[in-house]
Design a protein around this ligand. Structure first.
Ligand SMILES: [Zn+2]
Ligand SMILES: [Zn+2]
Length: 247
């Protein structure tokens, strides 16, 4: 077993409000330079850049989980992680069906680029991505699990777009795989107590939309290998697998 440095929430230049420099070489290059060993690519309501980032990660020897940051009907953000490209593509198909068919507001959200492994622009996604889907939190978690993925409630220590902010706490009966905290925010005692009480694991992730906002490692997992199955065990603190954060 070995301890791996991870960041499970990174955006690419496909995300609304993300920098157009967030190409595979820049994002993964910066991550590797900082010492990260496992990352996840989680664009808003889309996974169209997963192929390019997985290919680039393989070339660089950096483990990349294909993922997505879903916006639910309640405007809650969920980080959805998968092992295989086919799983995230199936998930994207479901999400696209549940996403209102509206045009992107470029003046507000900027351009949304699908790129290849080299970062060459292939096409622009013209539909609005930063908007709530019609999937509820419960439905989303259930479908992600059916597809073999993991579901982590994003940035619960922020008011906007968070499970805690919108639902006022952590629902007891929601089978989340973990919750995510923000590197630079103060830990709130009440929140930390409820996380502990509900038995949720927590991770700390960058949620970077810009190259400079990718953090040096804040979160570590002890795993046999860099796989989603191992991460699932670590989030449950089972079979000697575990997750540790700097704070
Ligand atoms: Zn978010
Ligand atoms: Zn995000």
């Amino acid at each position: 077993m070995k301890e791996w440095a991870l960041d499970l929430h990174l955006h690419t230049l496909l995300s609304p409000c993300a920098d157009n420099n967030m190409t595979p070489a820049v994002v993964l290059g910066r991550a590797q330079e900082l010492g990260l060993e496992i990352v996840a690519i989680t664009d808003h309501n889309t996974a169209e850049n997963a192929t390019a980032f997985l290919d680039k990660g393989r070339e660089m020897g950096l483990k990349v989980f294909p993922g997505m940051e879903l916006q639910t009907r309640e405007d809650v953000h969920l980080v959805c992680l998968f092992e295989q490209l086919a799983q995230v593509m199936k998930w994207q198909e479901i999400v696209y069906e549940k996403l209102p068919d509206l045009p992107n507001k470029k003046e507000v959200f900027g351009e949304q680029w699908v790129v290849d492994q080299k970062g060459q622009k292939i096409r622009e996604v013209e539909r609005l991505l930063l908007v709530g889907t019609t999937l509820s939190v419960e439905e989303a978690v259930a479908i992600v699990h059916q597809l073999g993925g993991l579901c982590i409630a994003a940035h619960i220590d922020r008011q906007a777009f968070s499970l805690w902010g919108h639902l006022g706490g952590l629902p007891q009966d929601l089978p989340l795989d973990g919750v995510e905290l923000t590197p630079h925010l103060l830990r709130q005692p009440e929140q930390m107590a409820q996380i502990k009480k509900e038995g949720f694991a927590y991770v700390v992730s960058s949620d970077a939309h810009y190259p400079d906002s990718i953090y040096a490692p804040q979160c570590f997992a002890t795993l046999e290998e860099a796989s989603l199955a191992e991460l699932r065990l670590a989030l449950k603190n089972q079979a000697g697998r575990s997750v540790r954060t700097l704070r």
